[in-house]
Design a protein around this ligand. Sequence first.
Ligand code: C5J
Length: 244
Amino acid sequence: MSTIPVCAVPEGAVVEVAASPYPYPLPVEHTALVMIDFQRDFMEAGGFGETLGNNVALLRASLEPGARLLAAARKAGMLVVHTLEAHKPDLSDLPRSKQLRGNLPPELRIGAEGAMGRILVAGEPGNGIVPEVAPIEGEWQVHKPGKGAFWATGLHEKLQARGITHLLFAGVTTEVCVQTSMREANDRGYECLLVTDATGKPSAAYFPEFKEAAIKMIEAQGGIVGWTADTAAVEAALTAMPNP
Ligand code: C5J
């Protein structure tokens, strides 16, 4: 299977999202919403995010717009992909460089027993997606061992087989996994849009200043990584869709 997607605008309904640095054409049948790591491990006390010293409460502002965006995508019949940063229980997919990063004591590292089960391990309570944006039947769930959604997941091949050329990104955190995934997607030829409030604009990032910088980096140079828009703009475009 080719690893280069064909990104000519495909057939079917195309709506236009008011976006920056210029309008984003969204071919509804060929677009997927990618919900990155809306997991208890990042959004609740006792998870991985908190063990790294972050104020996890800051991320919760992404939930209301995230849930609205998810509802709009479902209504439009778009493919929805949920990613989870999740390691195998035997940690065979956890590189030492990641396990030891942060200089954490062993009881706080990935795989250790935490307040919500083993930290960042697939199937543990803390590794699940928060109820506000939980997946429903038919939506894809992708376990990723790295920060990017395309590393060691097979996601690219699955999206190609489905004819997906455009990706909308929501989730946490903009400065780490969302941005990494969007850059990976951009290099693989996808037309990408970051939904700014569904990733928590402006205050819902572990580092708000990084979030602002990430948005500027994405939009700069004529959208070198892609486009940005808020949830309301995506909702407005999908509502205007002919024969939803
Ligand atoms: C981090 C993520 N921050 N989902 N993961 O380690 O952004």
